[in-house]
Design a protein around this ligand. Sequence first.
Ligand code: SAH
Ligand code: SF4
Length: 349
Amino acid sequence: MKYLPGYTLEEFRKDLENSGFEPYRADQVFNWLYKRGEEDFGAMTNLPKGLRQLLASRYTASSLSLIESIKAPDSEKFLFRTRDGQTVETVLIKERDHNTLCVSSQIGCAVGCRFCATAIDGLVRNLKTEEIVDQYLKVRKITSEDIRNVVFMGMGEPLANIKNVRKAVEILISRWGLDLSKRRVTISTSGLVSGIRKMAEDPLLREVNLAVSINSPFEEERSRLMPLMREGSLEELMEELKSFPLKPYRKITLEYVLLSGLNDTQDHAKALASLIGTSKKRFKVNLIPYNPVPDLPFARPSIKKILEFQRTLWDRGISTFVRFSKGIQTFGACGQLRASRSYAKISNQ
Ligand code: SAH
Ligand code: SF4
């Protein structure tokens, strides 16, 4: 079987041409799939019967099946099964005027951040393009929600799977695909310098938002927290970010998970401000109060501590926001549902 959401329009046109059909038929199929959310080839009534039969015998639009979903007033978490029996998490976050989908890019993660539930299993495998795109298609179908924002902040390190992530982004932002605005797609990375360089050189990837998890402004502490982040020093990372091609008024987000008694001191806030230095217009900081993971020895700082940290950055002219991510707050950070063996463990937290 071939997975349709893993194809670009051009590739699918070629495929159909090779089977003796006119290439514009590919545009029609994509229109059904992406604009109307129709996965069943039999229902694509403007296609000739022969093509519908060929599609049904060789292709499928679906690579994920829903295992369970957990609903909260402002968000919903989905656990999907892949064809090879793995599990993938996706979170829909409902904000006042829009919805954001938090997608996974890998099963597990090799970076091994000490505080992260996804790191517990190590890396199982990369997600395929169709498995990334299908997270969007499935959640849209299940919820009937209009989803305009996509963030790669679920399980995995997107830049360690850059080829499949790039193609998924192409499908998300192309007219013939899901037609999202480039400005509404965000790739969050733990800071792979070579990956960020590839993004900078890629006309498609450099147009989407870049968020980078800093988590500590001190080299040694950072490598303790994010142990397999061996690539490049913090200084090299900041250099790379300071030269990243940015359109006017666009900013790179620096993400900072606040861990009580660990990286939440005034010294940390000041050192973070120094890392940014004079490039204040280029960056904004998102402070993410830690969401405790069972069995991991970290806690969320008090509100007072969080606001003091924010204040220190504001006082130095740095746009800083506290992101009590709704999905994260309700369900635990991405990776937690998969990591827990049972539904009950999560709902009792
Ligand atoms: N691997 C990428 C993207 C996925 S993690 C990255 O690290 O950026 C997305 C964000 O969630 C990161 O900033 C990460 O530091 C943060 N995060 C991970 N576990 C968390 C937890 N338990 N509580 C709060 N934030 C967490
Ligand atoms: Fe991987 Fe990101 Fe979790 Fe670190 S925080 S282990 S990079 S998913």
